[in-house]
Design a binder for this molecule. Structure first.
Ligand code: ZN
Ligand code: ZN
Length: 289
């Protein structure tokens, strides 16, 4: 058995274990589990050599993320294979969209360029579901597909750039790769807070006292919400901009946990915070109800 197969099996086993251990998150884990496993497998099997992009020092220091300096989604990326794997995983995790994903897969096979067009049209706006009538599927299903596929491709880009960006200081609360806000903060060794991007999964360290969303730094206006009996999961909240960020303390954890799984298993905190009137720093398919 190869290491890749073992890793994928470990991830699938961990999803099954968490679905039992955290009953409040089991439906989310069952829905997003196939997507996580298929994305993990796709990235592990992606044979292309590491591709890096030039960083403009002035723009970067000025807070302009890489995606606004150059194109990160390219026509020669493996759109057809990636699109088919994402559609298949969505069909498995979201039975209500299985017919939509079957239609979409048929279209992708007939017209391989359709995925690139879907993920790059209206790049600067959120109006991408305007493309729905052309594909003939539910707009909500198409949006889930577009976001999942974009996430997969940008995760590859971010992984390729991790080493390069490690030497460039970044002090913003949004992602230096793609400009998205984080969906999760992870406390690691020496108490350093790492923010994980909600789109490309890039991680960067960030002050624990400052709100990543509005840059506000005021102990009176920021807080941590704890749930009685839980030690790993909390949420950072900011009264100034009324947003929150799920936070997991992984310092001392010898075996790193999969960040997507941490976020899914803390979904009960999303519900509590949203009932209190806070919004997630990054609205994702798994934290908006
Ligand atoms: Zn990002
Ligand atoms: Zn704030």
């Amino acid at each position: 058995m190869t290491n890749i197969t073992t890793e994928i099996e470990d991830l699938a086993t961990e999803i099954d274990r968490l679905a039992i251990a955290t009953p409040h998150a089991s439906s989310l884990l069952q829905a997003f589990g196939p997507l996580l496993v298929s994305q993990h497998r796709f990235l592990q099997n992606w044979q292309d050599p590491t591709r890096t992009f030039p960083v403009d020092p002035l723009k970067y220091h000025g807070g302009i993320p890489l995606i606004r300096q150059c194109r990160l989604l390219l026509p020669d990326d493996p759109w057809q294979e990636a699109g088919l794997s994402v559609a298949s995983a969505i069909g498995e995790g979201f039975p209500q969209f299985s017919e939509d994903m079957r239609c979409l897969s048929k279209r992708i096979k007939e017209e391989p360029s359709v995925c690139f067009a879907l993920c790059t049209s209206n790049e600067a706006s959120d109006q991408r579901t305007d493309d729905a009538p052309n594909i003939g599927i539910e707009p909500i299903a198409l949006q889930l597909f577009q976001r999942s596929l974009t996430r997969l491709l940008l995760t590859k880009r971010a992984r390729d750039m991790t080493k390069e960006l490690a030497s460039w200081p970044w002090t913003k609360g949004y992602c230096p790769m793609c400009g998205s806000f984080p969906h999760l903060a992870i406390i690691r060794e020496k108490g350093v807070r790492w923010l994980q991007c909600s789109t490309c999964r890039h991680e960067w360290s960030f002050s624990r006292l400052t709100c990543p969303h509005c840059d506000h730094e005021d102990p009176q206006a920021t807080n941590y919400l704890f749930v009685e009996g839980e030690t790993d999961g909390t949420a950072f909240t900011c009264d100034k901009c009324s947003t929150y960020l799920l936070t997991s303390n992984q310092s001392g954890n010898l075996r790193p946990s999969h960040a997507d799984l941490i976020a899914l298993s803390l979904a009960h905190l999303d519900l509590i915070l949203q009932e209190k009137g806070f919004l997630p720093m990054a609205a994702c398919e798994w934290n908006t109800f």
